[in-house]
Design a protein around this ligand. Structure first.
Ligand code: MF3
Ligand code: CO
Length: 281
């Protein structure tokens, strides 16, 4: 039996607080994106993330989460998610790295991930990043439309993500991992599948905040967890892409809390006209 979902509904003020956390994550990811290059280790990236987050007066959400030892997950090539940064893992030309980062600012969380090419990467692999990003934005747009119509349900997001990926080509859609509610904790109800039929689950309504995070593979969708208890890899060894944003449903549209522009460039008029502003302390 599925458990009774407990969805934390946020007030506009609380969404403003989440926006502050989201911007810290956005800043950390932007700084890491700028330094990704051959010769840089994933531990180097982790240090940049932790410094950026702490300088903003926030705390890395990942560190200590069920014993996780770092501030980012840095998943390279066939690593899908949750790979632990290491000074021995040095990026090489042609690698593809997913960097996942979370911050807790005054008790409110932001969670986002980017996938970045290291130097020159074959155009078909580079195209996968676009496919995953488009799917993420399709999911966020579905949430916005669903909330606006008053008829949208959670799995409308899942269906939009899946449809976007299927339209783009033959990619594996990873199951068992996915998006989630977020707020006073990094992981909350509901779980957001990256595929499935629309029209199921809770209604999409103002106050709901979700992390939307599609994961796709070049080959089969099957994944496995390594003995370290964290790293998720593709079973067939194919390259994987993972991207993520935290978004909130506001009264008249959504706001992408971990995007510097709130999602305006990708969502147009699906964003809220009343931008959640960080509350004055
Ligand atoms: N953003 C990741 C997710 O939602 C969180 C990583 S959990 C950690 O799956 F423990 F690895 F930090
Ligand atoms: Co997440």
């Amino acid at each position: 039996m599925a458990h009774q979902l407990e969805i934390e509904l946020k007030t506009p003020e609380q969404i403003g607080l989440m926006r502050r956390a989201g911007l810290v994550v956005a800043d950390a990811l932007e700084r890491m994106r700028a330094v990704v290059a051959p010769g840089v280790s994933t531990a180097d990236l982790d240090r940049i993330a932790e410094e950026t987050i702490r300088a903003a007066g926030a705390v890395p959400s990942f560190k200590g989460y069920h014993g996780y030892p770092a501030s980012i997950c840095s998943s390279v090539n066939d690593q899908v998610v949750h790979a632990i940064p290491s000074p021995r893992q040095v990026l090489r030309e042609g690698d593809l790295i997913s960097i996942d980062c979370g911050a807790d600012l005054d008790g409110w969380h932001g969670d986002a991930a980017i996938t970045v090419a290291v130097g020159d990467v074959p155009s078909d692999v580079r195209g996968m990043v676009r496919v995953a990003e488009d799917a993420m934005w399709a999911g966020i747009a579905a949430a916005a439309r669903g909330a606006r119509s008053g008829k949208g349900r959670l799995t409308d997001i899942s269906f939009a993500i899946q449809s976007s990926i299927r339209k783009a080509g033959r990619y594996g859609i990873v199951e068992g991992y996915g998006g989630h509610g977020i707020g006073t904790a990094m992981h909350q109800d509901p779980f957001v599948q990256n595929s499935g039929r629309p029209g199921k689950g809770p209604m999409l309504r103002p106050g709901i905040a979700l992390a939307i995070e599609p994961m796709i593979t070049r080959g089969k969708p099957r994944v496995a967890e390594l003995d370290d208890g964290w790293t998720v890899v593709t079973v067939d060894g194919s390259v994987a892409v993972h991207v993520e944003h935290t978004m909130a449903i506001c009264d008249d549209g959504v706001w992408v809390l971990t995007a510097h522009d709130g999602g305006r460039a990708r969502l147009g008029d699906l964003i809220t006209s009343r931008e959640p502003v960080p509350a004055v302390e």
